[in-house]
Write a protein that binds this ligand. Structure first.
Ligand SMILES: [Zn+2]
Length: 228
């Protein structure tokens, strides 16, 4: 019996199927051109390259390439939309994409410097949960829309509820926390002087989460209301 080699999880989450490991190099199938056993990832520094299509780079470039290669055609979103009770158009308009190599839907979380570089690429397989990419930090989905101005902001518990709010056409910016219980102290200043609507689920985790976020924003936001 041999030990299972340790493969870079973030790459596996985004569609790299690994076959073997040779020292620091994990060898797998390229998620971009599909060529088998020509895709190499250094497990220590996450630099990667495909010997077939020639794509290469570091981890940040990997996330960018995955999102750039992902699909936005309506046909990929029809079953998902039915699952979630949303319109395919609403999901696509929110920036969600489908990446065939991983069979996952992608939610880009960008850095807040206006560069469109990816801070995280949240991913979802039908029937599962939306997950933060391994080795990325959790962020607020769509937080790049906050620009320091006092705005009306809706904070939903999760991306699907955020898309439902967008579909309903609420006035203001719509953001999502990555889970009911997740709130980081350095997120509060982003909402300084904003009018904030907290839209958490009406279950124990949602009520606790809304209360935690309320306390974090109390005295920072100009007005907070909890939607039930
Ligand atoms: Zn390739």
């Amino acid at each position: 019996m041999t030990d299972r080699p340790d493969y870079p999880k973030a790459f596996a989450q985004h569609g790299v199927h690994f076959h073997s490991r040779n020292g620091t190099q994990a060898v797998g199938d390229c998620p971009f051109c599909g060529r088998e056993k020509h895709y190499f990832v250094n497990v220590e520094n996450h630099r990667w390259d495909c010997k077939k299509c020639g794509k290469r780079g570091g981890f940040a470039t990997f996330l960018q390439e995955v999102y750039a290669a992902s699909k936005r055609e309506r046909k990929h979103f029809i079953e998902l939309a039915t699952d979630r009770g949303l319109k395919p158009e609403s999901i696509i308009a929110a920036g969600v994409r489908y990446f065939p190599a991983s069979d996952r839907f992608l939610f880009p979380v960008c850095y807040r410097d206006g560069s469109n570089r990816l801070y995280d690429l949240r991913h979802y397989k039908r029937g599962g949960k939306v997950m933060t990419t391994a080795s990325c930090q959790a962020g607020l989905w769509r937080w790049e829309l906050l620009d320091g101005q006092p705005r009306e902001v809706w904070i939903a518990e999760g991306e699907w509820d955020a898309i439902a709010l967008l579909e309903a056409g609420v006035k203001g910016e719509v953001l999502a926390v990555p889970g009911a219980s997740t709130w980081k102290s350095d997120w509060a200043p982003l909402l300084s002087e904003c009018t904030v609507h907290l839209c958490y689920d009406n279950d124990p985790a949602g009520v606790d989460g809304a209360y935690r976020t309320y306390r974090a924003l109390n005295g920072v936001a100009s007005k907070i209301d909890v939607i039930r």
